[in-house]
Design a protein around this ligand. Structure first.
Ligand code: G3H
Ligand code: ZN
Length: 290
């Protein structure tokens, strides 16, 4: 049976849209994302980093996402985001994750390739979709007092990307094209290096699906250009975390005596849903895709 996520990426590539990966670490964030996907009848990738999945629980994440898969009948895929160690990747694979991002981008290329190959050996037996990464993406998914400086030297080299793809056979590849994790508190937007994306795409063609990390705080025009140039997955975390924490603070302040979570949480879920919905609309250009 062909891998279902791969089929959606093929469809996205053919039709010129992109699948959003939305990260979660609480049930309320997950609910907001699912509600947005339901509203727009869209496939989504649900991401948990190592930290997020340790907080939520790997098995708990799989179980609850399975409930939503059954209830919504939507193509939902659970991805381990920025998996760094083989030990943790094995745990996520055993728990039942649909996809795994093996991030060896902080290592020298040769070591990155060897680590990625080992991760693939673990995942292939279970038909898990694999994302690799070449070109370390700086920052953390939060409001940053000072955004990291991205220079030419940080960007993915097309030859390095090709080497890793050829030697490992990853299904998708995260590349550094100028974005970073998090949002600059001073309000400065992240810009995508369109030229480098073009060069990478020319070198790799359709050998691999291209992924953009650090999607929060990236202007719409840049996102649209990147989709046109072949980005078929965009990761969003900080924008959802901000929506969640700002709405939660507001809700508790407005209801200082309220102690019942189901009375102060609904607006928090709606705030996350709103952001996820805007992103899905932007990523899919309002096409009906399920
Ligand atoms: O892997 C997760 C993403 O790259 C999230 O980046 O927090 O800037 O949206 P972001
Ligand atoms: Zn990332």
């Amino acid at each position: 049976m062909p891998n279902k996520l791969k089929q959606y990426f093929q469809k996205a590539r053919k039709e010129g849209w992109t699948i959003g990966q939305f990260n979660f670490s609480t049930l309320e964030i997950l609910k907001g994302i699912i509600q947005a996907a339901e509203e727009l009848q869209s496939p989504v990738i649900l991401g948990t980093s190592e930290g997020e999945s340790k907080f939520f629980g790997l098995e708990e994440a799989v179980a609850i996402v399975n409930v939503y898969k059954r209830k919504t009948k939507l193509p939902l895929f659970l991805n381990l985001d920025h998996g760094k160690s083989l030990d943790y990747i094995k745990k996520a694979a055993d728990a039942g994750y649909d996809a795994i991002h093996i991030d060896g981008s902080s290592l020298p290329l040769r070591e990155n390739i060897e680590l990625t190959k080992k991760a693939i050996q673990i995942c292939r037996k279970k038909d898990i979709f694999i994302e690799g990464e070449v070109g370390f993406i700086k920052g953390v998914s939060r409001m940053l007092n000072e955004a990291p400086k991205i220079t030419e030297a940080d960007l993915t080299l097309p030859d390095d990307a090709l080497k890793l793809v050829k030697e490992t056979g990853v299904d998708s590849l995260a590349v550094n094209i100028g974005t970073f994790h998090g949002i600059d508190a001073s309000g400065q937007d992240t810009h995508i290096n369109i030229l480098r994306l073009k060069e990478i795409k020319e070198k790799l063609g359709d050998k691999v699906f291209l992924v953009l990390h650090g999607g929060s705080g990236t202007p719409k025009e840049d996102i649209i250009k990147a989709i046109k140039l072949g980005i078929v997955k965009i990761n969003i975390n900080t924008d959802l975390r901000l929506a969640y924490s700002n709405a939660l603070r507001k809700s508790l302040l407005e209801k200082p005596k309220e102690t019942t979570p189901y009375k102060y949480m609904p607006e928090v879920i709606i705030a996350v849903q709103k952001v996820a919905k805007e992103k899905i609309k932007l990523f899919t250009q309002a096409k009906r895709i399920c």
